[in-house]
Design a protein around this ligand. Structure first.
Ligand code: RB5
Length: 143
């Protein structure tokens, strides 16, 4: 199960991502917004807590740049949110960082690329090994 959220700057991209997930038969929970002006930290917290509670495996957060969402989501212990706008970074934030939230900016990348990044993010596993030790060190910093 995927948790998805956006602010008013990324409603169109969220709709495109949800249609893409529908076509792939991937289940998700949409935590808003549907278009009303809102404050991105509210959606970031809602999506982050779906993951830390275990209700969802991963999340997708969308705003104008993706940056505000990532800053806010990363305040929640256990969250590793990565802003991505290229395939390489998206693949490696899964392989090496075990990122659990993908953040993207509707004002930064086109829909075609964004949907490709969603696929990479959801299909790429964590490498573990030496990278697990580094993720554990990040967890230690949260304690
Ligand atoms: C909203 O105007 C914009 O600030 C927001 O979507 C995001 O880009 C913040 O990081």
């Amino acid at each position: 199960m995927i948790a998805i959220g956006c602010d008013h700057a990324a409603v169109n991209l969220k709709k495109a991502v949800m249609t893409h997930l529908d076509e792939k038969g991937i289940e998700y929970i949409d935590l808003g917004t549907d278009g009303e002006p809102c404050d991105y930290p509210v959606m970031a917290k809602a999506v982050a807590e779906k993951i830390t509670s275990g209700a969802c495996e991963r999340g997708i957060l969308l705003c104008g740049t993706g940056i505000g969402m990532s800053i806010a989501a990363n305040k929640v212990p256990g969250i590793r949110a990565a802003v991505c706008s290229d395939c390489f970074s998206t693949r490696y934030t899964r392989l090496h960082n075990d990122a659990n939230i993908l953040c993207m900016g509707e004002r930064v990348i086109g829909q075609g690329l964004a949907l490709e990044l969603v696929d990479i993010f959801l299909e790429t596993g964590f490498e573990g090994g030496r990278h697990q030790r580094r993720v554990d060190l990040i967890r230690d910093m949260e304690a």
